[in-house]
Design a protein around this ligand. Structure first.
Ligand code: ADP
Ligand code: MG
Length: 209
């Protein structure tokens, strides 16, 4: 299965979610490849910062040929996770065409919700040719115990895609673990942060059935 983590808004949480999702799936003994489609190469930097081998393959492909290459690249892998690029819509379009499921990370603020328009449009266009393409929002950096989390789910109802029940809160552990080439699944496997990631994975695996 190919999952694109896409939103042209920089800082939405694409790389954070892509790396954590890839790691969580690898820990479940799936063969996982992460395609770093961002010319800034954050996921490749993560792999470089890591001591020892990454638990999944990290490949850089930051040109709009992902949809052409993915068939070959995905051979032997259970999951391919695409960490998307900011701005450049041709790479995002290519990543959408390469995906079975697009996850759109979104922070619970009006600016972020408006900014999601552009990726939603690209997905809707792709669905004309790929009616099986699925998409869902994933709330990132939720501030625990605030009303805005609920409001954002209400506002997102205007978009044609569901919102995952599992969400990620604003937690410094996500950022700190990535800085050292790790993830919270390694640095703090029993933390709430790790349980949030595992809940996302469970939801994805369950809805796939
Ligand atoms: N849930 C979170 N809690 C704390 N920091 C986060 C969270 N999600 C993302 N960040 C931080 O926000 C910044 C942008 O996230 P990133 O995943 O790089 O976004 P993108 O790849 O969409 O540009 C990074 O510094 C990252 O560490
Ligand atoms: Mg990124």
């Amino acid at each position: 299965m190919k999952i694109g983590i896409l939103n042209q808004k920089g800082g939405a949480g694409k790389t954070t979610i892509a790396l954590h999702l890839a790691h969580a799936l690898a820990l479940k003994d799936y063969q996982v490849m992460l395609i770093d489609a961002d010319p800034q190469g954050s996921a490749r930097d993560w792999a470089t910062a890591r001591e020892g081998n990454a638990p999944f393959s990290v490949v850089g492909l930051d040109r709009p040929i992902i949809h052409k290459e993915i068939g070959k690249l995905a051979i032997g892998y259970d999951y391919v996770i695409i960490d998307g690029a900011p701005r450049v819509s041709d790479i995002t379009r290519s990543a959408i065409l390469a995906s079975d499921l697009v996850l759109i990370p979104i922070q619970p603020s009006p600016l972020d919700i408006w900014a999601a328009h552009s990726v939603v449009e690209l997905i809707s266009e792709a669905q004309i040719y790929q009616p099986d393409l699925k998409a869902a929002f994933i709330i990132n950096r939720k501030i625990v115990n605030t009303a805005i989390g609920k409001e954002v789910v209400e506002v997102l109802k205007d978009y044609p895609y569901p919102v995952l029940k599992a969400a990620l809160a604003q937690r410094i552990a996500f950022a700190e673990s990535l800085n050292i080439g790790s993830t919270v699944l390694e640095t703090s496997p029993h933390s709430i942060a790790a349980s949030e990631i595992n809940a996302v994975v469970e939801e994805l695996l369950n809805t796939k059935k």
